[in-house]
Design a protein around this ligand. Structure first.
Ligand SMILES: *Cc1c(COP(=O)(O)O)cnc(C)c1O
Length: 454
């Protein structure tokens, strides 16, 4: 399998190079040259299914038995034997729990695999990298947990001091591995992101320390997430609708790919919080940038959905030049319009959308608790509200639960009066010793820190 950039002018690469590269050199995102057809043999455990789904994407680069072994190791870290169990919420409406991984959010599904893939590829090439990232919470802890046992990777994660939740901070700062460093920056999440961008733009520094990223545009993360959509359709048999709480469009894009591969998925419901750039796009066929508002579902507080570019490339009949031009205009004007024929062909048959305010989110958490005795996290609640609006008789609806309620206990307690308990493997989280470094919002200080830890 070869991969091309959505902006059309970066080199065509194989799977391993795409994983290590992350972003393409023309600023685009890598996608497979063609969408493969799903194999008819979808039997086996979740890890076995994963290896079968990955087979066409890794062909020519990673041996099938290696992939199976990496998948088995990655999904053995999940606490539930089904990895991503499905439970019934109400008649015809089910929930897939994607939060049984080590850090209690769906990002573990991709990052447990990505860490192991990175390490395997680096080992074969006798290379080492330093992963540098900024986090507002979930991504940092999931990335750290995914690489904490990888001998060819050092990781440095910056977070805004005092601005991540206690659970999120503890999950990062209590990992006791020699290759893991966390830094509390005296600043905001945007400051942390700017520091990371500045290090990546500093070519000499970046090359000397072999910097790398594992952000949500990495192809392997999108690929890993395709598997649970296939798992869902194999469970239900016939066509289903899936509702996805969305920020960067990464998760729901994986569902769209599963559909391209032939999985019986009908509608994909995009569920936004108040940061509803995607929902407004699906309503108005225009993508308009506005400011970011902090909400009760912080992992979906985004301004622009970076993975949407992969769908846009398809809308443009895979014309990278056209896509690059359109995105240039979008950056300049803050607005992007798609043509009616593009919308009718690619969007209308598949995508539906809804938004939830914080008030809706709390009301949904409360109603699920009162009606079913189940605690759900605020991101999942944004999904459940959208799913209830779009559910149709005769087609099963599945909402993806993206975080464990104990990861966002304050919102859950506010809605229900009940404080969700951490699962057993994290029960002593608050007693574990923390290790972190404190740095000012200053590039030279952060670069010196990264240099001494790479
Ligand atoms: C990251 C995240 C999301 C959003 O996922 P995208 O791939 O950015 O759409 C939703 N919920 C939780 C809990 C997350 O951590």
């Amino acid at each position: 399998m070869k991969y091309v950039s959505t902006r059309g002018s970066a080199p065509v690469l194989g799977f391993s190079d795409v994983v290590l590269a992350g972003l393409a050199t023309d600023g685009g995102l890598y996608v497979p040259e063609t969408w493969p057809t799903l194999t008819s043999d979808l039997s086996g455990s979740y890890a076995e299914l994963a290896a079968k789904v990955f087979a066409p994407f890794i062909e020519g680069d990673i041996a099938q038995d290696t992939m199976l072994q990496l998948s088995r190791e990655a999904y053995a870290t999940f606490r539930h034997p089904d990895v991503v169990p499905i439970v019934e919420l109400e008649p015809g409406h089910h929930i897939m729990e994607l939060f049984h991984g080590p850090t209690l959010a769906f990002k573990d599904v991709a990052l447990q695999l990505l860490g192991r893939l990175f390490d395997h590829i680096l080992q074969a090439r006798h290379e080492k990298v330093t992963i540098v990232g900024a986090t507002s919470g979930d991504t940092g802890s999931a990335a750290i947990d995914g690489v904490k046992n990888c001998s060819n990777i050092n990781i440095v994660i910056l977070y805004p001091n005092g601005r991540v939740s206690d659970v999120q901070r503890k999950q990062m700062t209590t990992v006791d591995s020699p290759n893991v460093r966390t830094v509390a920056i005296d600043g905001t999440f945007d400051d942390c992101q700017d520091l990371v961008k500045a290090m990546f733009n500093h070519a000499e520094f970046r090359e000397r320390h072999n910097l790398s990223a594992v952000n949500s545009i990495n192809w392997a993360r999108v690929m890993a997430q395709v598997v649970y959509y296939i798992e869902a359709t194999r469970t239900f048999g016939g066509p289903i609708d899936v509702t996805v709480p969305t920020g960067n469009f990464g998760n729901v894009l994986s569902g769209w790919i599963a559909k391209q591969m032939g999985a019986p998925l009908r509608h994909l419901v995009v569920a936004s919080n108040q940061n509803d750039i995607l929902t407004r796009f699906f309503e108005k066929h225009t993508m308009d940038v506005t400011g970011v508002h902090p909400t009760l579902s912080p992992s979906m507080d985004i301004q622009v959905s970076s993975n949407f570019e992969r769908l846009l490339f398809e809308l443009n009949n895979r014309d990278g030049g056209l896509t690059a031009e359109q995105l240039r205009r979008f950056r300049d004007k803050g607005s992007l319009v798609v043509e009616p024929d593009q919308y009718d062909k690619w969007i209308a048959p598949t995508f539906r959308a809804s938004r939830a305010s914080d008030h809706d989110t709390l009301a949904t958490i409360r109603s699920v608790y009162e009606e079913h005795g189940m605690l759900i996290d605020p991101h999942t609640a944004v999904g459940v509200k959208a799913a209830r609006e779009h559910k149709e008789d005769g087609v099963p609806m599945l909402t993806l639960a993206t975080a464990h309620p104990a990861k966002f206990p304050d919102a859950v307690e506010r809605a229900t009066g009940e404080r969700p308990q951490l699962p057993e493997h994290l029960a002593d989280l608050f007693d574990r010793p923390e290790k972190t470094s404190f740095l000012p919002n200053d590039l030279a200080s952060v670069e010196a820190f990264v240099a001494s830890n790479s």
